[in-house]
Ligand binder design. Structure first.
Ligand code: HEM
Length: 406
């Protein structure tokens, strides 16, 4: 989709390249090949699409954008830029303000105590979802990848699982909205729900046994309990950061494994290889396009950036950087020897994904619980697999089949 955004005067003509990660036709069909082909573009280029923004290609420069809040502020994360009336804590705060919130969330919401039963709970939910499949087939996105993260989230927050479909409709609007209005609508509806739900829970907190909700109550920020606004913002952050991301990641990994019997068999025969293999798949199938706003005029890798410019740190771009990875499109579980590869799939620096443990747990359980139950796994015949682009990349549908044995 071409756009008529005026190219700012400080952008050299040779650095202007169209790249619309939300609407380009190619990203719907073969997203990772399309992204790998960016290697032919300048290291840093300006796309006039999506309101006009800088795209960073070298993974080391992407890591700098994630890490250096003095030059790239997280107060604006959306591409195109969105009215920031809803602040997501801690993601929208820069250090030093960010630090106390981040620490309190890490020490409480994501503490071993809050996540004590996460392994058995995740396995239980995963097995229940499998048992609901028609024997030998499923539509993986709607029947598993959407449901598992929402069920886990609602369980941790002590919310009723019957809210699943409502949550799903807001998540779809927030992440797959076809316009800024639709995305905004998703946030407004989720915000209204979180407001009501939180008020009800706080009216009688002892009734809610959700371990994350209880952690929210225990939390102190600079020795003070967070006020209602802060609690609401953190809840909305967990809701918007922790659901669609895992779903998206699951869809690409399962798609790959359904088409790669050798990789799949290795994980079935050697489940001890899963932790290392998972990191390679997180590198290869990055999903997030995250925005920053330039905080002050400066020259970045030889390119003049002006305060207020939008910059995209794309984890799929970092994972396919040919200067960093040999044959980046190849999935090689032994790429790092016995070591896990270091990738930017969860970002870097102060905002490094706080839910990475939870995400890895759900992805690992998916591999451990589903693959052995799906012999001769394959994509259903005559299926065209389509990527849904957005702030994260997710497959629209993934019809799978496998052999049923007694
Ligand atoms: C595969 C799944 C996931 C992926 C790929 C992912 C990716 C990311 C990335 C790239 C960032 C950095 C954002 C930035 O620098 O602005 C991030 C931050 C964050 N993620 Fe995740 N995430 C996942 C799962 C989760 C889960 C399960 C949760 C929580 C339930 C979560 C909560 C957060 C939060 C709160 C932040 C902001 C942290 C901060 O600002 O300090 N994420 N995530």
């Amino acid at each position: 989709m071409e756009s008529d955004v005026r190219i700012p005067d400080h952008v050299p003509a040779e650095r202007v390249v169209h790249f619309d990660f939300r609407n380009d036709e190619a990203i719907r069909h073969d997203p990772y090949k399309y992204i790998a082909d960016l290697k032919n573009c300048p290291d840093i280029f300006f796309s006039p699409d999506l309101g006009g923004y800088w795209v960073i290609r070298p993974s080391e420069a992407i890591a700098e954008v994630f890490t250096d809040h003095e030059r790239f502020t997280a107060t604006s994360l959306a591409i195109p830029k969105r009215d920031a009336s809803i602040v997501l804590i801690p993601n929208n705060f820069d250090p030093p303000r960010h630090t106390a919130y981040r620490k309190a969330m890490a020490n409480n919401l994501f503490s071993p105590r809050a996540l004590a039963t996460i392994d058995p709970d995740t396995r239980d939910f995963a097995r229940q979802l499998f048992d609901h499949f028609t024997p030998g087939k499923c539509e993986f996105v709607s029947e598993f990848a959407y449901k598992l993260p929402i069920d886990i989230f609602l369980n941790l927050m002590g919310a009723d699982l019957s809210l699943r479909d409502q949550c799903l409709s807001w998540i779809k609007l927030i992440f797959r909205g076809r316009s800024a209005e639709e995305t905004g609508q998703g946030f407004i509806e989720a915000y209204a729900w979180v407001t009501t739900w939180l008020k009800e829970q706080l009216a009688d907190p002892s009734r809610n046994k959700g371990s994350m909700f209880q952690a929210l109550l225990r939390m102190k920020i600079d020795d003070k309990q967070p006020d209602f606004e802060d609690m609401r913002s953190m809840t909305l952050m967990l809701f918007s950061g922790g659901l669609d991301t895992i779903t998206s990641q699951m869809t690409h990994i399962m798609h790959f494994l359904a088409e790669s019997p050798a990789h799949r068999q290795r994980l079935i025969d050697h489940p001890e290889d899963i932790p290392v293999a998972l990191e390679e798949m997180l590198r290869r199938f990055g999903i997030s396009f995250i925005g920053r706003s330039v905080a002050k005029d400066h020259v970045f890798y030889g390119v003049q950036m002006k305060k207020g410019d939008v910059v995209c740190a794309g984890t799929p771009i970092a994972g396919l950087d040919a200067d960093q990875w040999d044959n980046p499109l190849e999935v090689d579980f032994d790429r790092g020897g016995r070591r896990k590869v270091k990738h930017l799939g969860f970002g870097a620096g102060p905002h490094l994904c706080i839910g990475a443990y939870l995400a890895r747990k759900q992805l690992t359980v998916m591999l451990e619980e589903l693959l052995p139950r799906m012999p001769n796994l394959r994509i259903a015949k005559d299926t065209v697999i389509e990527n849904q682009a957005g702030a994260t990349m997710m497959l629209k549908a993934l019809p799978l089949e496998w052999d049923v044995t007694d």
